[in-house]
Design a protein around this ligand. Structure first.
Ligand SMILES: [Zn+2]
Length: 180
């Protein structure tokens, strides 16, 4: 199963640079005991009761995201190397992210927890779609479209996707490579 990062000794936190994000970086940190962890556990429970092994359309859509290594939603959810981290900064101006150098790490930003638990569910599903192979937002809306197939249509925001889910624009010539 996917793992929640609560133990830095097991899964150390890390950051990745991203020029369009407030503060210039994205953080993948362990969850301290607190309201974010509490809401995340509720979101995980919702996924386990409503999506995992239940939503055939969702799993089928996930399999379409990669030609080389098709993974169903259930395959991704069962992968113990997938980690859900936290970006705890109140000012972080995005909802979630999938790391570049650690392709099985996702992070949920603090502002997502200020919405509600179903919103957190939608961010997790969106980011797991990237883990399954959905390209970054500036190439494709495939990750956001997973919400249409996974029972989360109310949270689908195609026009806001670049800011709401906040994958970066094409990297500038000089470097800090950033994709979703
Ligand atoms: Zn995305």
């Amino acid at each position: 199963m996917v793992q929640i990062n609560t133990a830095p000794a097991v899964h150390p936190g890390f950051t990745e640079k991203n020029r369009i994000i407030t503060g210039g970086e994205i953080q993948y940190m362990p969850y301290p005991d607190g309201p974010e962890l509490h809401m995340l556990k509720r979101a995980v429970s919702i996924i386990e009761h409503n999506i995992y092994r239940k939503n055939v359309a969702c799993s089928r859509y996930f399999k379409s995201l990669s030609k080389d290594n098709p993974l169903s939603f259930d395959d991704v959810w069962e992968d113990k190397d997938v980690w859900i981290n936290l970006d705890p900064r109140p000012s972080a101006n995005f909802d979630g992210f999938n790391a570049n150098d650690h392709p099985k790490d996702i992070t949920i930003a603090a502002r997502s927890f200020r919405r509600n638990v179903w919103f957190v569910v939608s961010v997790i599903v969106h980011e797991l779609a990237h883990v399954a192979g959905a390209p970054s937002e500036w190439k494709s809306d495939a990750a956001e479209r997973s919400l249409l197939h996974c029972g989360l249509r109310a949270f689908y925001h195609p026009s806001e996707q670049r800011t709401a889910m906040s994958e970066s624009p094409p990297p500038a010539a000089d470097s800090e490579t950033v994709t979703a």
